[in-house]
Design a protein around this ligand. Structure first.
Ligand code: DGL
Length: 274
């Protein structure tokens, strides 16, 4: 689908509100590009689910986006990228995909202590993508990992500052600090929403890497190669869809990225096939 200015639509999806951290970066860099964002909140969190199941959800969401006329798809979810990116590229060879991979490369290149912490969900750590990123790019750096149990659910509830959220973060980060990390990689698109809390625990000397701007730049590159980039013109039409309750999503979008939106609710088994 192109809008009336012939600007192709980008589909962006996540299990929930996490992908809004990526969408925000896309809107900042290319505000004229029309977008459709899908939050699969009927199934959030993806992280503890079997990879095959997350792959099946991702395939159906891709079919939904293609029906809506999306040209490029951004898998704004590390868990779905780990579970499905390879499969999606094979299944939909004519569609360009941009996925998430934990930013181990820039972390390993810039660490002074040689110790890097990665915060992500179990699906991401289990996927081949993560293993291959560490193998190719760790470059001798020690990589520490934590799955931050329950953190995605806390962020989905908008509880960024609650004692439970801070406890999850402290349990993850304090042992890493004790082992000398100077860099934290955010390997889940929900986690940029607690960067202030992470910084408060980790202190000013620890660098926190949010991959969202790099992912937005990669989307721009792919759009540009195809002549699909909406460089100027009025702000694009932005559509928001959730498989969960729409009003709760709208409230969170306001809380997390300060946008006031209408949200369409869709259902698995009706609009989405599985
Ligand atoms: N935001 C997601 C990610 O980047 C998914 C988290 C989840 O649903 O567990 O991994």
């Amino acid at each position: 689908m192109k809008d009336n200015l012939q600007r192709p639509l980008i589909g962006v999806f996540d299990s929930g509100v996490g992908g809004l951290s990526v969408l925000r970066a896309i809107h900042t860099l290319i505000p004229a590009q029309p977008t459709i964002y899908l939050a699969d909140q009927a199934h959030v969190p993806y992280g503890p689910r079997p990879l095959k199941q997350v792959q099946a959800f991702s395939e159906e969401i891709t079919r939904y986006f293609l029906e809506k006329g999306a040209g490029l798809i951004v898998v704004a979810c590390n868990a779905a990228s780990a579970a499905a990116l390879h499969h999606l590229r094979e299944t939909f060879p004519d569609t360009p995909f941009v996925g998430m991979e934990p930013a181990v490369k820039p972390a390993a290149e810039s660490t002074h202590t040689g110790v890097v912490g990665v915060l992500a969900t179990p699906a991401t750590f289990q996927g081949e993508l993560y293993a291959s990123v560490v193998e190719r790019f760790a470059n001798g750096a020690r990589i520490l990992q934590d799955i931050c149990p329950g953190l995605v659910a806390q962020i989905e509830r908008g509880e960024l500052d609650s004692p439970d959220t801070l406890e999850i973060l402290e349990k993850a980060i304090l042992p890493m600090l004790a082992q000398g990390i100077d860099t934290i990689v955010l390997g889940c698109t929900h986690y940029p929403f607690v960067i202030p809390q992470i910084r408060a625990i980790a202190g000013p000397d620890v660098r926190v890497i949010d991959p969202a701007p790099a992912v937005a730049r990669q989307a721009i590159r792919l759009l540009g190669e195809r002549g699909w980039l909406a460089k100027d013109g009025p702000v694009g039409h932005h559509i928001y869809v959730t498989t969960g309750p729409g009003s709760a999503f709208a409230d969170l979008a306001w809380q997390l990225i300060g946008i006031s939106i209408q949200v369409e609710e869709i259902r698995w088994g009706r609009e989405l096939v599985i």
